[in-house]
Each structure stands twice: as structure tokens, then as C-alpha cells.
Design a binder for this molecule. Sequence first.
Ligand code: DGL
Length: 266
Amino acid sequence: MSDKPIAVMDSGVGGLACLLAIRKTMPSENIIYFGDTAHMPYGTKTVEELESCAGKIVDYLKERGVKMIVLACGTMSSTIIPFLYEKYPEILIQGVVDPLVAAVSRACEEGDKVGVIATPRSIESGSYKASFERLRKKLDVYYKGCPDLSVYIEKGITDGPEMEALLKSYLDKLVYEDHIKVLALGCTHYPLASECMKRLYPDLVLVGPEAALAGNAYSLLSVHEMDNDSDDDGWLEILASKKTEGFESMARMLGLEDYPVKEVVL
Ligand code: DGL
């Protein structure tokens, strides 16, 4: 058992929705959230750039004594986990790819058509594809990289005509030509635009990673007997490498107004 904090990392606001699910699943855990807003977007960065950005954050979090890092970011989860495992063997690391794919599988029947949208770097990495191929259930999966979607959402554009047009440019083909039944949101920013997606495509089943990620993170901690068994609610610190209006207003919108964003420049 351990009262050391958990870290939750993303390039910006995307991981905040995962943070809510993590707090719900593990209310007694102390949590440091880190949004790398100074370097957002991650989805078009090279693997070397991602290793450099994430390495600085994890070095900082290691000094803060975290016991686990939850990568609430599809891009980091699909590209740099092997690098992080090797560099930080003493810290537990949970990514988003396998939990999301498992959640999609639970929502599907054998042979169903599934669309996976994520950042270009996540799709190119082949990690989602490899995870779907490991499933016993065979699904017909279509992949689509969406270069601008996380950037709009980070700015606070989660609905309205601009978001509708952008979503249609990425999703119309998947829905009307490929006839997908389920859409996997492979970037943690995307669930924040799910109201707009639901209105545009009411028959589509949307699956985001938040609950599954929280569940897997809890299992990982428990298996290592490192969960916090306190009866009290844990503390939360929200950090960003640059304070931005988009980040602060999304945190408020998600009910996190009691946790002022602190800037940590790395
Ligand atoms: N939220 C992240 C992801 O899940 C990163 C988005 C970005 O920075 O482009 O991929």
C-alpha cells in the first residue's frame, strides 16, 4: 500500500476527462495531472520529439515521487511506452491503447465494422492495429488519422459549425462508405467533442478510453499492492507547462474549478 501520488499525463486537456474517471475509480489516490500545453500538439511530433517532451515531464514527476504514470494520451501510449519502460523501470506505466481496444471489443460482435480515429502519429505507429490483431474477436477495422481535431478541441472548439465541418471531413467516409457501427476515440481529446459527434451521427456507437483506462490503472496498482487504502479523498494538483485560456476553461467546464492550474516550465 502506498500514499505516493499517481501522475496523469497528456499534451493538454484530453487527459482531463480520463482524470475524472480515475478519480471516480480511485477516490483515495493523490494525483498530479500534467498537461504539456507548451508543446501541444503531440499528434504530429516525431517519436524523438515525443521522447524528449515526455522524458522531461517524467524526470520531474519522478522527483515528485510518483508511483505510477497514467499516459492519458493516445499518442504517447502508442509510440513511446517501450522507451519509458526502459528508462523508468521503477515507475508503473499504464497506457491507453489496450484498454480502449478492450472496451471497443466489449461493445462489438464478431465481424462488426469499427472505425478508429486518433492522431496521425498514433495511427502511423500501428499500435492500435497490433492491439486489435491480438483480440480473439475478429473485427473489421478502419483507421483514420485526424491532424487538426485535437488542436481545435484544445482551443475550446468542441461543438458548433467549425467542429461539425471538421468532423464531417474525417468521419463521413467511415460512416457513409465504410459503414462502421462503432467509433473508437483513440485520442483522449476526442471524447470532449462527443456531443457534436452524437448529433451528426446518432446511430454510431462511440467508445472513449476514460473508464477502461481508469480500470486498468487501478488493476495495475492493486496487482503491485501499491494502491492507497486511506478512507480519505486524495489530493489533486493540476499542472501545465503553459497556462492557456483553453486549458483553464476546459478544467473549469469539467468541474475542476477548485484546483487552480499551476504553471511548471520544464
Ligand atoms: N490527447 C493526445 C492523444 O490522445 C494528444 C493530442 C495532441 O496533442 O495532438 O493523442
